[in-house]
Design a binder for this molecule. Sequence first.
Ligand SMILES: O=C([C@H](O)CO)[C@H](O)[C@H](O)COP(=O)(O)O
Length: 427
Amino acid sequence: MVRPVLQVALDLTELSRAEKIAEEAVAGGADWIEIGTPLIKSEGMESVRRLRSIFPNKTLVADLKTSDTGALEVEMAAKAGANVVCVLAAADNAVISDALRGAALYGVEIMADMMNVKDPSARAEELAGLGVQIINAHVGIDQQMEGKDPLDLLDTLGKLPVKIAVAGGLNAKTAAAAAARGADIVIVGGTIIKAAEVQAATAAIRTALDNPNIEVAEKKSLDDQIRELLMTVSAPNVTDALYRKGAMAGLAERHVPHKMIGKAVTVQTFGGDWSKPVQAIDFCERGDILVINNDGKTDIAPWGELATRSAINRGVGGIVIDGAARDWDDIVTLDIPVFATAVQPNAGEPKGFGEINAEITCCGQTVRAGDWLIGDQSGVVVIPRERAYEVARRAVEVFKNEVRVREEIRRGGTLGSLAQLLRWEKK
Ligand SMILES: O=C([C@H](O)CO)[C@H](O)[C@H](O)COP(=O)(O)O
């Protein structure tokens, strides 16, 4: 088997950070260097020129995702030092042909990005027939967040007389799987550029590519995948992934023996009536989170220690109360997260007013049965059930990004300078 090319995708917006990461990735075994779309959009062709000056002998890929003025964009990138220029496979054939003319003129290759192409197999054959040198089975970042897999896209492509690249959330295992399924070029961005130790992360992928004994793990259920993803992130990561949405307000009382992750069972009750909250315990599947609205009353508790012990017996994953809890000195000894807006000694009557699994509000957030929640010492964040996988994936990307920024701070940087806050202030 020919040794697959490992291409590191520099999907950053700061050129200075990209240079350092590129040096570490090359030291770890990266063969080609991609000036990622965010970098080119942020820094222009200067990013290509600068990386060419640092790496005079490396293959540089300008991920322009060209969709018009093919020859012009190829010329710009080629003159700046690129060896390969990326165009969108979905672009009109007029663009592809114009880009190919530019490529012939400047001695560079064209890589066609198959992202979001309706009939990938037919289009790939057509592009190869036009003269495109590399077909990239690519699933974009946003598509990845919705569970699309580049290996599935790769499998739809028939045998082609051109080089095949694969990209889209690849890690060591899936990169090796891509190579085992015929990829000539494996493109990796986040797994490398967001690692604290870029060189080690790159080397791990290089090793996996060179030792392709693949065992493909069987698919887990969607709920298990969501839970597994959320276990690796924090509530702040999730609200960042929601663009600062979803955080519950006012949960001043919190007992958090461990991270709370699960799907909501909602309870609407009134005036401390604890009947429906206690009944709801028996509605919970293992790991579910009880979310209780006490109609804004914080001077009377619909929840206490005995209910908490019952919830533990049922395998409930945690309790969140927009209202008061009582028996707090006992609750804080128990191994279950409990969040409340107040603590009170008095409880209401078990009259049975209220509803289970209706849509409620809790601490300023709408919560429906089946919505996901994550809770830790920073608080509780609600994730709409229909976006749970996407948001969990995005939260992992937020976490991975912070891993790299934390390392650069450890090396002496400051958050303001790394994020170039002044430069990115809204004008
Ligand atoms: O092309 C890419 C994406 O559209 C952002 O520009 C990435 O370079 C490509 O997806 C590889 O990055 P990862 O998916 O993070 O491995």
